[in-house]
Design a protein. Structure first.
Length: 220
């Protein structure tokens, strides 16, 4: 079942009728992907914006060694594309389906070019797009902050505290698996699991699968 239009911030304050008209005008394309399948690579030859209509996906940076770092986790309503990243080697970035997914693609240039009717909903769409760019910049800053810490423990706690703050609670659920968390903070999974056990043994966190509770914060 596809998620409703309202799931995507891109179509915030845009009616269902206006959404349908835009999709026809933009000549969008919808594709299905199986879990583990590459949805796209980021490179200068394509200028598409993708919208996750169902399923989940991850934006990953793959190094020459073959190791990967997760840059972003995408859920229903999330949008992605080259325009949201500034990277020295864009071809190392790809989007991979984390589960069976349906993706709608829009041409970026068409997205920005207002039609001759100068429709109000198109103006709203562009405003929404700039708002999303701002949000993604904030999320990128958070990620950089996590990665800037030296030790695995510091990276884990920085990430946990960000999630706690976002949920306004010491308890929260991870948006992805522990394996994906290791890729997100760019550390070895086995070493991360050992550090998580130490945090539990030290009475700093409780964790059960994806559910985490902060019992105390590390001194700054």
């Amino acid at each position: 079942m596809l998620c409703p239009v309202s799931c995507s911030q891109l179509f915030s304050d845009i009616s269902q009728d206006s959404y349908k008209k835009m999709m026809a005008c933009f000549k969008t394309e919808t594709r299905k992907y199986s879990r583990g399948e590459t949805i796209c690579f980021y490179d200068s030859r394509k200028r598409n914006v993708g919208i996750v209509e169902s399923g989940k996906a991850v934006v990953v940076n793959t190094f020459i060694s073959g190791s990967q770092t997760i840059l972003e986790y995408l859920t229903c309503g999330s949008i992605f594309g080259e325009i949201f990243y500034f990277h020295a080697n864009m071809e190392s970035i790809s989007v991979i389906a984390a589960e069976d997914s349906v993706i709608r693609f829009l041409d970026y240039d068409h997205l920005l070019k207002s039609c001759h009717n100068a429709c109000a909903h198109h103006t709203q769409l562009i405003q929404n797009l700039f708002s999303i760019v701002s949000c993604k910049a904030s999320e990128l800053s958070e990620h950089i902050d996590v990665l800037s810490h030296r030790t695995i423990r510091e990276k884990l706690m920085a990430y946990f505290m960000i999630q706690s703050s976002k949920n306004d609670s010491p308890s929260f659920s991870l948006p992805f698996t522990l394996s994906s968390l290791a890729d997100y903070i760019s550390v070895d999974r086995s070493a991360m699991m050992r550090e998580i056990k130490k945090l539990k043994d030290d009475g700093i966190i409780e964790i059960s699968q994806k559910d985490v509770k902060l019992l105390k914060r590390l001194p700054q």
